[in-house]
Design a protein. Sequence first.
Length: 147
Amino acid sequence: MTEILSVLYIWLKSAHVIFVIFWMAGLFMIPRFFVYHQESAEGSEEAAKWVDRESKLIKIILNPSIIVVWVLGLLLAYNIGAMAQGWFHAKLLFVLGLSAYHGWTVSYAKKLARGERRLTGKQLRLLNEVPGIASAIIVILVIAKPF
């Protein structure tokens, strides 16, 4: 299997980066959708449209992307022997955090669909910064490999 991974490495890495971009795009979009959703009148046609948009973003972009990112990421890490390196452990911690954030967004979309509006627009705008900060740290860990 290692030989096959080595031959396909550059293609797997390319696909991993592509799906990371898709996943991050979705993670940047969904909190903005939540802000617009919460600013619409409760029970309105506009609110129903936001429920549909959020659901499609989750089902078409976010969920498939996170699966591909994890599968390819673990294959790549195994192939280069990263599992025993400190930078990889730190990266893994941040990817786990982003995955938890992803889970939270899916959960919050369900709450909004039920009419529960627990956070303010300002709180959602602040939460929108989480994927940007995490992705910057992940990129530094992968490129610089500081430890």
